[in-house]
Ligand binder design. Structure first.
Ligand SMILES: N[C@@H](CCC(=O)N[C@@H](CS)C(=O)NCC(=O)O)C(=O)O
Length: 326
């Protein structure tokens, strides 16, 4: 038997729990290694960037970045596939994963570090990871330092006093649309999880674990809460739904939230190195460019070129299709 993969991750990292759920779904043997001091030397030996998740195989080959990690593992472990049979659904699954990684993450990070109750809870959990359960003489200054450092990073995802209300409205709309879609099926594309589910799960798992967004979800989105539970240990429950069956509740999500995300992403890519402002349905959204999203937009545009057809564009709506066409 192959020795298991070693997955260095953090419970508070959406991209780490995304990869962990994927490995569980595939039945790929792995050891989850929390990124604390005990793992630091080994982490540094393999990591090219100081980021989790980091996964190391039996061959000692290390991979970082959750999307290519899933793509490469999927090539080596094709069954059960996380790619819907229908090529339109397969593209939409990649697009919704991109939306989750690059846009839903704004809501996740914003709620965690903009509200006092959420800041205190997240800083406590991070210090728990740093101290690995060992009694710390006085944790308070460490928690205060973590809190201050992370609040300072809000601007990296574009959260500020002007964009905050927009990010929150966008999250609530997304949660309402996801709730409606999941009333009819256990996973985004039917009765088995697709790439998009792993991306969405990672972010929503974190949102559910924080007091403010978790409170919103628990009060109004019972199907989303069940979905997060299900995605922790996903199991196939049947077949993919055809796009025609998905359309009544998936097209509204694509034509509202995913469209707004793509408009932002196009502006982010066009901005170069300078801070920019983009009009998002009447709201001025200002931030510093996010470099990773420029690369991932180029990758999703490439996939769109291969998948493009009229009945895909009808699901996406004209504006989203135009952004994807570049
Ligand atoms: N695009 C990367 C993003 C990875 C990432 O941003 N990881 C964060 C945690 S979610 C991180 O490690 N930040 C540095 C730190 O926590 O020390 C992926 O999909 O894996």
């Amino acid at each position: 038997m192959q020795p298991p993969f070693r997955l260095f991750g953090a419970e508070l990292s959406p991209y780490s729990v995304k990869v962990r759920s994927y490995l569980r779904y595939k039945g790929i043997a792995h050891t989850w290694i929390p990124r604390g001091p005990a793992a630091q030397a080994e982490f540094q030996k393999y990591a090219k960037l100081p980021l989790v998740p980091l996964i190391v195989g039996a061959d000692d080959v290390a991979m970082q970045d959750s999307t290519p990690i899933l793509e490469r593992l999927e090539a080596a472990h094709p069954a059960p596939s996380i790619t819907p049979d229908d090529p339109r659904a397969a593209f939409l699954s990649s697009l919704i994963e991109e939306y989750a990684d690059e846009w839903l993450n704004k809501a996740m990070f914003h709620f965690r570090w903009a509200y006092e109750a959420d800041q205190l809870w997240a800083a406590k959990r991070i210090v728990d990871m740093m101290t690995e359960g060992a009694p710390a003489p006085d944790r308070r200054p460490i928690e205060a330092a973590v809190r201050e450092r992370m609040i300072g990073r809000l601007s990296f995802v574009g959260s500020n006093s002007l964009t905050g209300p927009f990010i929150e409205r966008s999250f609530r709309r997304f949660a309402d649309l996801l709730e409606a879609h999941l009333r009819g099926r256990p996973y985004l594309f039917g009765h088995r999880p697709a790439l998009a589910d792993f991306g969405v799960f990672g972010q929503v798992y974190e949102l559910l674990s924080d007091p403010t967004p978790g409170g919103i979800l628990r009060a109004h989105h019972p199907h989303v809460v069940d979905y997060v539970e299900r995605m922790l240990e996903p199991e196939p429950q049947g077949e993919w739904d055809p796009p025609e069956a998905l359309a009544p509740t998936l097209a509204p999500l694509l034509q509202s939230e995913v469209r707004v995300f793509l408009r932002w992403s196009a502006a982010n890519a066009a901005a170069g190195d300078a801070p920019y402002t983009v009009d998002l349905d009447g709201a001025a959204f200002s931030q510093e460019p996010q470099k990773y999203a420029v690369k991932s937009l180029a990758a999703i545009r490439e996939k769109y070129r291969a998948a493009k057809r009229d009945d895909l564009d009808a699901l996406l709506g004209a504006e989203a299709a135009a952004v994807l066409a570049g």
